[in-house]
Ligand binder design. Structure first.
Ligand code: NAG
Ligand code: NAG
Ligand code: NAG
Length: 527
């Protein structure tokens, strides 16, 4: 007898079927992003379903996964785990997705050979531990030597950027990213790094400026340069000129009445400016508009003002100058002002902006991205952001390991060896994990258009013969020394890839039931 526990329109898939459909979904997602992996990976053109004119060219795994509508619940599980990776390490989403899919492909074969999912899970756990242990063993820590560490960071930046749009200018961007990160002095607060995108010019014209750049300028007739700036950052209305008067509810029956009202408003504004002057500042920056009259009052008092700074700008400005955003002015002693050594107007492209240098948060800086189109700039920003995230993580967890399939092959070998210690079916699962790891270099080689079987066989024998720093040189299609080539990656990122992929595979292996709730059309009119 079967018990009906589901509402009418829900459907249920059980056992083998459910598992297969979970696998199919996850493997499909893996196959979808697979071709973007590595320095020779392809881009995806994403088109918005709601607005066909909106298209986006990207190679960023996280961006691709975020934008595909997924029907399959298993695919969603995989995407969620990949997102966690992106949030925590800032990159490696594609690798997680691809490795989980490979683990599931291997699991599928084992299940066909009548090996129980539970046995596979056990084998995969053993394998994952061995893999992470091997990775830890081959990781290298150069943090005690600043120069070596900087080189490691540059290598990591180059490796991360090599798979992205910035690859042609990667030397330039690697330096930019590393300089920005080293300024942070160990902080992982990327908010101190402001990125401004200005279309026009070439990507190679992008630059790093110490300090903070606001896309605004000083009021009319104000001096163009302020030294030893004491800054009050406010969010207050400075526009109570005419607008309020004309918007007022009561009738204005004579011009004299109007003049009177205007006078009263002016007096109020003047009092407000007086209060602000009491802070002893020489720069006033407001998130809202500053009308002509108060601006004139500031100018007369030798206070420079900037109006209508956007929210993000104001928040960051407060952060980097050590001030806070205020909206009332009655207690000057309680308010933290911002400080910086110099504020001046600079030109970027055709535009005048305001630069704050020698800011209180000495680590702050601005990266100005230049590029032909908005799309290029957006993709460049994503790519740079990935590199900055990985680099900033590396300043915390300073160990590194080698890329180009080197680490994967070393882990794979260790896992293969461990399989020998397990009995029968479990050892097959451990071996399957090793095989999935070897798929990563195979995919890298495939994407670069080489004979992957041949190339990876060579790599495998190099590693197995003790040339432990071997990996794939994907520009030449040969096996080479990754240490010499500087193909370095973050240990933390790689470890997270292996752990997250194993976790995703395990979650999906446990599935023996998929419930689908149909949209409840009948309820639609209830609200
Ligand atoms: C600024 O003030 C306005 C009006 O008082 C308020 O609506 C807004 O939320 C404030 N914004 C910020 C960023 O504080
Ligand atoms: C992995 O590489 C390290 C040195 O880089 C080596 O000591 C170790 O034996 C290698 N692991 C395997 C399983 O070959
Ligand atoms: C860039 C750099 O100096 N890297 C060194 C890090 O440490 C390893 C192992 O100790 C050296 O082989 C690298 O040269």
């Amino acid at each position: 007898m079967s018990v009906q526990i589901l509402k009418d329109q829900a459907t249920e898939e059980r056992g083998e079927n459910a598992r297969m459909s979970a696998f199919v979904g996850a493997i499909a997602v893996g196959d979808l992003v697979k071709s973007t992996l590595g320095p020779k990976g392809m881009d995806k053109l994403l088109q918005s379903a709601s607005d066909p004119n909106k298209a986006l060219v990207t190679n960023d795994g996280a961006t691709i996964l975020k934008s595909i509508p997924l029907d399959n619940p298993a695919a969603k599980v995989l995407v969620n785990i990949a997102k966690v990776q992106d949030d925590e390490v800032g990159d490696g989403t594609t690798s997680v997705t691809v490795l989980s899919a490979e683990l599931l492909k291997e699991a599928e074969k084992l299940i066909e050979r009548k090996i129980h999912p539970q046995t596979i899970i056990e084998g995969y756990r053993i394998a994952r531990n061995v893999a992470v242990e091997a990775l830890t063993k081959i990781s290298v820590d150069n943090a005690s030597n600043p120069e070596s560490f900087r080189n490691d960071l540059l290598d990591i930046a180059r490796t991360t950027l090599s798979s992205k749009i910035l690859s042609q200018d990667r030397e330039h961007f690697a330096k930019l990213a590393v300089d920005a990160i080293l300024r942070l002095k160990g902080s992982t607060n990327l908010n101190h790094i402001q990125v401004i995108k200005k279309s026009g010019g070439k990507l190679a014209d992008s630059f790093l400026d110490e300090g903070f750049i606001l896309e605004k300028r000083f009021g009319i007739n104000q001096i163009k340069k302020v030294e030893n700036a004491k800054i009050l950052i406010a969010n207050t209305s400075m526009d109570t000129d005419k607008v309020k008067i004309f918007g007022a509810k009561f009738k204005v029956d004579s011009t004299s009445k109007l003049a009177e009202l205007e006078k009263a408003e002016k007096a109020k504004m003047k009092a407000k400016v007086e209060k602000i002057k009491n802070f002893g500042i020489n720069v006033f920056i407001n998130r809202q508009l500053i009308y002509d009259y108060p601006e004139q009052l500031f100018t007369d008092s030798k206070i420079n003002s900037i109006e209508h700074a956007d929210f993000d700008g104001v928040e960051r400005l407060a952060l980097v100058t050590g001030g806070e955003v205020v909206s009332t002015f009655d207690n000057p002693e309680k308010v933290k002002l911002g400080y910086c050594e110099k504020i001046e107007e600079i030109m970027i492209g055709e535009e005048v902006m305001t630069k704050f240098s020698g800011v209180a948060a000495g680590e702050a800086c601005t990266i100005v991205l230049r590029g032909a189109t908005e799309q290029v700039l957006d993709e460049a920003e994503r790519s740079l952001h990935d590199a900055l995230s990985v680099l900033s993580q590396t300043t915390r967890e300073t160990r590194t390991c080698l890329g180009g399939g080197c680490s994967e092959m070393n882990m794979s070998k260790a896992v293969d060896q461990a399989a020998a210690n397990e009995d029968g079916k479990k050892s097959l699962a451990v071996e399957a994990f090793a095989k999935a790891l070897r798929q990563l270099p195979i995919i890298l080689a495939d994407n670069a258009g080489y004979d992957s079987a041949e190339l990876v066989t060579k790599l495998r024998s190099a590693i197995y013969n003790g040339m432990t720093t071997s990996g794939l040189n994907l520009n030449k299609g040969i096996v080479a020394d990754m240490r010499e080539l500087g193909v370095v990656e973050s240990y933390k990122l790689k470890r997270a890839v292996v752990s997250s992929a194993a976790e995703a595979a395990e979650v999906l292996l446990r599935v023996d039931n998929i419930l689908r709730a149909k949209p409840r059309t009948a309820d639609r009119n209830r609200h």
